[in-house]
Design a binder for this molecule. Structure first.
Ligand SMILES: [Fe+2]
Length: 278
């Protein structure tokens, strides 16, 4: 029986980033994000407590793929049937981090993978809490991205940011109870806008800031609080120019109507300055 991403309980499991200098990028994530780097498949694999990245050679700020795990085999089969029924032609994929994985391609050419997690979460890990939590895409066509992820894969729409003339500038979507684990911002480019790790609590976000400061890594934005999702945030930038968010207190959504927000700086940051994408 076909199941939506929301019914299958999809969460962001790992990202595969391209980089012109994979070794430099892997060293940065190992240091900044408290991950263990090892060489794998001609690139690098990074692991931390519930945060995982693959890095291989390619253009800067380019996504090789984003991978979601779903709750169980029944959910994965149901989501695959849902995708196939909507004409997405899911393809088998051999993943080093997920079993029974399949891949689809979104309207911007981003490869999106779904599968089953093969490792239990690192429950007793003493490193700072911050599971990989969301991916935000840059796109020239927010409507097409929403139609693909919400319309064809069955992510739930939580919030939209709407310009005065009615144009949708941002769409926040969820595969589970987290306000968004996938979002897209209208920009005059395609690819990744940023990816985010969820620290959970304000005090943990403070500890992340102290850890980054001890390594002389400066915040590029924040601390602040987003309107949609109500999450506290800081942003840093990796050596390739990818934006990394560490967030806390992200809204938990069970069932509520979609909210619309004005396209204004206060929507992006209730506390202070905003980085408007368009
Ligand atoms: Fe974010």
């Amino acid at each position: 029986m076909p199941l939506t991403a929301l019914q299958a309980s999809a969460y962001l499991h790992h990202l595969h980033l391209h980089s012109p200098d994979p070794e430099r990028l892997a060293a940065f994530y190992a240091r900044a994000m408290e991950m263990t780097a090892q060489r794998a498949d001609g690139g690098f694999r990074l692991d931390g407590p519930s945060r995982r990245l693959l890095i291989s050679e390619g253009p800067a700020k380019h996504l090789a793929h984003a991978a979601f795990a779903v709750r169980d085999a029944k959910g994965l089969a149901g989501l695959r049937a849902h995708a196939a029924g909507n004409g997405l032609a899911p393809r088998d994929l051999a993943s080093p981090l997920l079993s029974d994985a399949f891949e689809v391609t979104d309207p911007d050419g981003n490869a999106i993978v779904f599968g089953l997690a093969t490792e239990a979460p690192h429950a007793a890990d003493r490193r700072l809490r911050g599971p990989l939590q969301h991916l935000t895409l840059a796109t020239r066509d927010v409507g097409a991205i929403e139609a693909f992820y919400a319309g064809k894969l069955g992510f739930g729409v939580s919030d939209r940011v709407v310009r005065e003339d009615g144009k949708v500038m941002t769409c926040f979507m969820r595969g589970n109870h987290e306000h968004h684990n996938l979002a897209c911002f209208y920009q005059d480019r395609q690819g990744i806008d940023h990816h985010s790790y969820e620290a959970g609590e304000w005090g943990t976000l403070r500890d992340w800031c102290d850890n980054l400061a001890a390594q002389d890594i400066q915040l590029m934005w924040g601390p602040g609080r987003h309107g949609p999702g109500n999450n506290l945030f800081i942003f840093i930038e990796d050596p390739d120019g990818n934006w990394i968010e560490i967030s806390a207190e992200l809204e938990v959504v069970h069932d509520r109507p979609v909210k619309h927000w004005p396209h204004a700086p206060r929507t992006l940051n209730l506390w202070g300055n905003a980085i408007m994408r368009a």
